[in-house]
Design a protein around this ligand. Structure first.
Ligand code: KIV
Ligand code: ZN
Length: 389
């Protein structure tokens, strides 16, 4: 790996595969094509477009996304079975830059499901990764439930996959069980112990069951992982996957302590977030980092006053950088006179100090009865103050 590649973190988006696996998040064919196009345009390095063997619909979607792809690598998922891998290749092979992603569960719990011994599973990994590599020169392999797999066995199977031709090794925290320090130690351990580890890219794939997916992903990057697997709005199985917007903005905002770059055009974040929320039917929580309705909104008087004087007082990033028009200062019962004055100015209402005092009293009274005070409410208060006064 070159030094330059080491500082670059590749963004692998799996909204259309792991994201779509959220119960109820199914997207139509056309919606998937639209989201894939937006991901490609925003600079996502690798798009996991689906699981081609899962259904005829998934196969068609992955094939068409591959055919229409421009810059992004298009990846399909396949279990560790020859027919799965062949089907995946049939779907992704039309892409400018195809990738096969094959996986098998390596932890004791997951090994028990196909009832394979450790040696039998190791042979299966060798056979299937070799097969994938004979079809495609870009192969990703994942030991599912890696964070609950014995370290010696994990090192052994990762080495087998690398020798069989895998170019990316993804380390999934399938059940969101790990914590930041452990996530970092695992990547460090693999880089130190596995022969050939320096020649491939390690990826981190975290789930959010304990709310640590973003922290775990960034810790893995600090330890040497160079691909983050994530989804828009953190969509995904159970509590979801690492949110793309969170890791990308964390790397952008805290480049001083995490000197890694992505090629994401962050100004496109808000639009794709809204489209994914709409097509998946999963609304974004109001206080969600980066893309929530309140992420750049300030209601309390002290905060609004600070924001009106200097935006950096209460904002660590610019709303414009994620594609918003600007900060919002919604008026509510916690708002102060400075925000009311600014709002009146915005609305083109010019009032003197005494009138402002009167309107402010009326505004506080209304705000006690109403969650949010809108522009029309303010204009009505101004009219009332003028009439009564
Ligand atoms: O969470 C997981 O382990 C996965 C694999 C298929 C990579 O999504
Ligand atoms: Zn997953």
């Amino acid at each position: 790996m070159t030094d330059q590649a080491k500082d670059r973190v590749y963004i692998f988006d799996t909204t259309l595969r792991d994201g779509e696996q959220s119960p109820g998040a199914t997207m139509t064919h056309d919606e998937k094509l639209e989201i894939a196009e937006l991901l490609d345009e925003m600079g996502v390095d690798i798009i996991e477009a689906g699981f081609p063997i899962a259904s005829e619909g998934d196969f068609r979607a992955v094939s068409e996304i591959a055919e229409r792809s421009k810059n992004s690598v298009i990846c399909g998922l396949a279990r560790a079975q020859i027919n799965d891998i062949d089907r995946c290749w049939e779907a992704v092979k039309h892409a400018n830059r195809p990738r096969i992603h094959t996986f098998i569960g390596t932890s004791p719990l997951h090994r028990a499901i196909p009832n394979l011994t450790m040696d039998e599973m190791a042979d299966r990994i060798h056979e299937t990764v070799t097969h994938a590599r004979n079809l495609c020169d870009n192969v990703q392999w994942s030991p599912m439930d890696a964070t609950r797999t014995e370290h010696d066995y994990l090192c052994r199977v990762v080495e087998i996959a690398i020798k069989a031709g895998a170019t990316t090794i993804n380390i999934p925290d399938t059940v969101g069980y790990t914590a930041p320090r452990e996530s970092a130690d695992l990547i460090k351990m693999l880089l130190e112990r596995v022969p050939g580890a320096d020649d491939i890219i390690f990826a981190t794939h975290c789930h959010n069951d304990l709310g640590m997916a973003t922290a775990n992903s960034l810790a893995a990057v600090e330890a040497g992982a160079r691909q983050i697997e994530c989804t828009i709005n953190g969509l995904g199985e159970r509590a979801g996957n690492t949110a793309l917007e969170e890791v990308v903005m964390a790397l952008k905002v805290r480049g001083d302590i995490m000197p890694y770059e992505t090629h994401i055009d962050t100004k496109k974040i808000m639009h794709i977030s809204r489209r994914v929320a709409t097509v998946s039917g999963f609304p974004v929580q109001f206080n969600k980092a980066i893309v929530g309705k309140n992420a750049f909104a300030h209601e309390s008087g002290i905060h609004q006053d600070g924001m009106l004087k200097n935006k950096e007082t209460f904002e660590i990033m610019r709303p414009e950088d994620v594609g918003l028009a600007g900060t919002s200062l919604p008026l509510g019962k916690h708002s102060g006179r400075a925000a009311l004055r600014a709002k009146l100015k915005d609305l083109g209402v010019d009032v003197g100090d005494n009138q402002l005092k009167d309107i402010f009293v009326r505004f506080k009274d209304l705000a006690d009865r109403k969650k949010e005070v809108f522009d029309e409410d303010i204009l009505a208060l101004v009219t009332a103050a003028m009439t009564d006064g």
